[in-house]
Write a protein that binds this ligand. Structure first.
Ligand SMILES: NC(=O)c1ccc[n+]([C@@H]2O[C@H](COP(=O)([O-])OP(=O)(O)OC[C@H]3O[C@@H](n4cnc5c(N)ncnc54)[C@H](O)[C@@H]3O)[C@@H](O)[C@H]2O)c1
Length: 373
């Protein structure tokens, strides 16, 4: 096992999730690299003290520049509010470190393009976090789509729903403010999840019509007062894409106001001869459509058929921490040139493509028209 030293900038929700994935790396049985968390930077000392439970994480700093100056660190994972992506990603690249970036990869399209220019200049290895395609059901949906067995594709729906914003008493955070989340709002927050598989299949929208909705305009600020919330909360992107020289409707959905949903990622691909449906609401279950004399939706439980093998029994169901770990395995193995034919993490080019979609969606919402990409 080759050890790769990791530094985390931003030890909040995602920083801690990644740290826990490294801590149970022994679950994976077919990787030849292992991450070791050696440093964390966060402005909040309480966040830093959580990392005391990880013995290898000996550098805990409030100024991330000190982490970047540490010659031991090979890879930096950065999970900070979107308005900080550009500055911090460029600083990581200037320090000569490889980068596992968080989505949306910059606050808007020009920012994402500048980050890619810097990556190309630096030669550093960079990928963007998007874990949901590592669910076995998502991988099977990808396989089915690539096999051609669905016949002529009639329509595709890909989305990510949660309901975190339904409760008006929930305090605002940086994700509810355009200044920190970006004008894209929910597009920036959840859009990569919805776009990743369609983009990987080469199904980039050619034009789109967007319907965006806002949430509650005021929320508690967590200090006894209220604060305005101005981000888009729900997005329906009715797009067209080209598949096998046919124009096909592709609907991309991102919602923070989806009654009853908790972190539900889903994809549905329907064709003339077959179809496939997968949702993380049923994490081990795959639905396949078959057209014969009669038509069937078949349902099967896939179990733990993740891209990288694990000690976990094949009949057990996978969850969010598992796909986070699978995504890291893909990042680290690809960085070593050992990914082979397994699914790779979202590329910087795919991240820019998501921003092209978000920019067109904002324009469509404003103009009320179909916008070409
Ligand atoms: N892949 C996913 O499923 C997923 C899920 C949630 C969030 N995200 C992404 O992860 C990123 C972070 O989101 P989060 O939910 O973890 O946010 P969070 O608010 O929980 O954590 C962000 C952390 O960054 C720290 N921070 C802010 N400014 C800093 C600075 N200058 N230097 C060092 N630390 C600083 C904050 O103190 C906080 O602890 C965002 O880009 C978000 O879109 C991805």
């Amino acid at each position: 096992m080759k050890t790769i030293n990791i530094g985390i900038i931003g030890g909040g929700l995602m920083g801690r999730e990644m740290a826990s994935a490294f801590a149970r790396w022994c679950a994976l049985t077919d990787v030849s690299v292992q991450p070791e968390l050696v440093a964390v930077a966060d402005l909040n000392p309480d966040v830093l003290s959580w990392f005391d439970i990880i013995p290898s994480c000996t550098q805990k700093v409030t100024d991330y520049h000190a982490l970047l100056a540490n010659p031991e660190i090979d890879v930096v994972y950065a999970a900070v509010p979107h308005n900080l992506h550009e500055k911090i990603y460029l600083d990581v690249l200037n320090a000569g470190k490889d980068l596992f970036a968080e989505k949306p990869f910059g606050i808007d399209l020009p920012t994402a393009q500048r980050i890619v220019e810097k990556i190309n200049e630096s030669g550093c290895f960079v990928r963007c976090s998007s874990e949901m395609p590592f669910f076995p059901g998502a991988q099977r949906a990808l396989e089915v789509a690539r096999s051609g067995e669905v016949g002529r594709v009639l329509e595709v729906v890909s989305g990510f729903h949660h309901s975190s914003d339904l409760d008006p008493t929930k305090a605002a955070n940086w994700k509810r403010l355009n200044a920190t989340c970006g004008q894209g709002g929910v597009l920036n927050d959840l859009g990569m999840h919805a776009c990743h598989l369609p983009l990987r299949l080469g199904w980039k929208p050619t034009r789109l019509f967007a319907q965006l909705q806002k949430g509650y305009p005021l929320r508690p600020d967590g200090k006894g007062g209220t604060t305005p919330c101005d981000t888009w909360d729900n997005a329906h992107l009715n797009t067209w894409t080209n598949i096998d020289a046919e124009e096909v409707p592709l609907r991309l959905e991102m919602k923070r106001l989806a009654p009853g949903a908790t972190n539900t990622w889903f994809i549905e691909i329907l064709g003339t001869d077959g179809g496939v449906r997968f949702s993380t609401a049923e994490p081990k279950t795959l639905h396949l459509f078959e057209r014969g004399k009669e038509q069937y939706w078949k349902r099967t439980d896939l179990g733990f058929g993740t891209p990288f093998k694990a000690v976990t029994g094949g009949i057990f169901e996978p969850g969010f921490p598992d796909v986070i770990q699978q995504m890291w395995a893909a990042f680290l193995m690809e960085r070593e040139g050992l990914l082979e034919d397994r699914f790779g993490c979202a590329t910087p080019e795919e991240a820019v493509a998501t921003h092209e979609i978000f920019a067109a969606a904002l324009e469509s919402q404003q103009s009320g028209t179909v916008v070409p990409l």
